[in-house]
Design a protein around this ligand. Structure first.
Ligand SMILES: *[C@@H]1O[C@H](CO)[C@@H](O)[C@H](O)[C@H]1NC(C)=O
Ligand SMILES: *[C@@H]1O[C@H](CO)[C@@H](O)[C@H](O)[C@H]1NC(C)=O
Ligand SMILES: *[C@@H]1O[C@H](CO)[C@@H](O)[C@H](O)[C@H]1NC(C)=O
Ligand SMILES: *[C@@H]1O[C@H](CO)[C@@H](O)[C@H](O)[C@H]1NC(C)=O
Length: 484
């Protein structure tokens, strides 16, 4: 099935220039244009909010499914589009800084989660309390970058869910609520659902939950997050509705005691690589396959999240997924290098390697915005970019970015291409808007990468935007062929 790997080393083609598809194997453009003016117009006229958190109204985020093609599709909406309010709507700088604050917390939480263990029993340090700790409530900011709307129970009650590629559990806030944070939709009431069924302590589902307990014969779960927020409740089997596709007996956490700021969402839809994530549970029905498109900032389009074997695109470039037993929920990929302007930056491949002990490596994450690389890789990469952008006026650093440019007054600028070299040959060349991003409304753009405080690299959602990304449970992640 993946024999075309070697013949398709060029991911860049479909993403940037269709004509490149026919080009020689290792060539890709050295320079491309960043459309400064158009990008800034996008920041001035941000996405229309579909919903305001002030009046609790819920928008009509629909989904569609096509079982005949073996797939079903959900709209994937960025939080800025769903939950903008008057303060944040017209102020790009405000949204940017808020996003960076959340991002720093998210990355710190992932690093915390992966730094444990070492000494005694490497796995143990990683389980219980850190289960899902990548979901940073962030207190003031709330967590979750992308949301979908699904139906919970029978009849289905529509709820917004945070999607998270680094989480292995599905949960919603549940009545009776001893403690619930504010959400946009009424809190799910199991008593009003005909399909709800509690899970007994002895069941195999309960065995799969790391931090399970037993109360009055019912299986209890508890997820503690790094920042002090949590969800606790009972495990249940429930029907979830995705558009017209109905999936019965999904193991979900029904949270009666919840704390956290999931900004309006009813809960979380984990789509990580572990057994209890939605993807893990659907293994049989969907082949564990899903594909997503994170919509580009400043456009009116919605992204999409498609489940099912039929969602696997023909013509994608496939890169093997790697497993880290210390972090089964994370999707790791093999990265061998970075390129700037068509030239490979001199960085040792070892810097990106996932060690046998489960350290280092490169995670694909939907919940992290800015791609992180270990400090030495980042600085070599950045220096190569600076060396090839000497013609552009620099600006001082902003937030977590140390390499910024004053592009005010430019209509477009010519910038060197930025590429990821994946193990096995594929090269992903990013659209310019995925690596030079506006940080205010007046033309300051920054090189959207940062250094990691550890050996872990994370490929974040800003770099993934607009590229169709597909996960196949056979152990591959695909890039392209579509832009979206
Ligand atoms: C939502 O959109 C769907 C499809 O366009 C429509 O059938 C439905 O009536 C809408 N619901 C609401 C509450 O507007
Ligand atoms: C708007 O959102 C910001 C950031 O999330 C928040 O600080 C502010 O209180 C909100 N304003 C209103 C009126 O809800
Ligand atoms: C936009 O937000 C920034 C950062 O929160 C703030 O300093 C600035 O005053 C805001 N600008 C406007 C026009 O509201
Ligand atoms: C950016 O450049 C513009 C025009 O070249 C200039 O007017 C402005 O002061 C510069 N901004 C900063 C922060 O240097």
């Amino acid at each position: 099935m993946f024999t075309s790997l070697a013949a398709l080393p060029l991911i860049t083609a479909a993403l940037l220039l269709c004509s490149m598809a026919a080009a020689a194997a290792t060539s890709y453009p050295d320079f491309q244009l960043l459309n400064v003016k158009q990008t800034l117009l996008g920041t001035e006229k941000p996405n229309k909010p579909l919903e305001t958190s002030e009046d609790n109204k819920v928008s009509n985020v629909t989904s569609e499914s096509d079982d005949r093609q073996g797939k079903w599709k959900l709209k994937l909406v960025h939080r800025d589009k769903l939950f903008s309010n008057k303060t944040t709507l017209h102020n790009h700088s405000h949204r940017f800084h808020a996003r960076m604050q959340r991002d720093v917390k998210r990355v710190a939480s992932i690093l915390r989660r992966l730094s444990g263990g070492g000494g005694h029993d490497g796995a143990a340090a990683y389980e219980v309390n850190d289960f899902g700790s990548e979901v940073v409530s962030g207190m003031d900011q709330g967590s979750g970058e992308y949301f979908v709307r699904i139906g919970v129970g029978s009849p289905p009650r529509n709820q917004y869910m945070v999607i998270d590629s680094g989480s292995d559990i599905v949960w919603v806030q549940c009545q009776p609520c001893s403690q619930c944070y504010r959400q946009s939709d009424p809190v799910f009431d199991p008593a009003a659902s005909a399909s709800y069924s509690g899970v007994s302590c002895g069941s195999s589902v309960c065995d799969q939950i790391e931090n399970s307990g037993c109360h009055a014969g019912r299986c209890r779960y508890e997820v503690m997050y790094g920042d002090g927020s949590y969800t606790k409740g009972t495990m249940a089997l429930e029907t979830l509705t995705f558009g017209r596709t109905v999936i019965k007996n999904v193991a979900i956490g029904c949270g009666h005691v919840n704390r956290g700021m999931f900004i309006g969402a009813a809960g979380l839809l984990g789509i990580g690589g572990g057994y209890m994530s939605l993807v893990g549970q659907l293994g049989g029905q969907t082949g564990g396959a899903f594909s997503y498109c994170l919509v580009s900032r400043g456009t009116d389009a919605s992204g999409s999240l498609v489940f099912g074997r039929g969602a696997m695109p023909v013509g994608a470039s496939w890169v093997p997924l790697l497993r880290n037993p210390r972090a089964p929920s994370f999707y790791y990929v093999g990265l061998s290098g970075l390129g700037v302007g068509g030239i490979r930056v001199p960085i040792s491949e070892d810097i990106f390697r996932l060690t046998e002990l489960g350290y280092g490596g490169v995670v694909m994450d939907t919940g992290t915005a800015v791609t992180r690389f270990p400090a030495s890789a980042y600085s070599a990469f950045r220096d190569a970019f600076i060396a090839q952008t000497g013609n552009l006026p620099r600006a001082s650093g902003v937030s977590i970015f140390d390499t910024c440019y004053n592009l005010s007054g430019f209509v477009s600028v010519r910038v060197p291409t930025v590429s990821f070299y994946f193990s096995g040959g594929p090269i992903l060349t990013l659209p310019a808007r995925n690596f030079l991003i506006p940080v205010d409304d007046v033309g300051t753009f920054c090189f959207a990468f940062a250094s990691s405080a550890s050996g872990l690299s994370i490929i974040g959602n800003i770099q993934q935007e607009g590229i169709q990304i597909s996960f196949d449970s056979n152990g591959y992640v695909g890039f392209g062929p579509n832009v979206c």
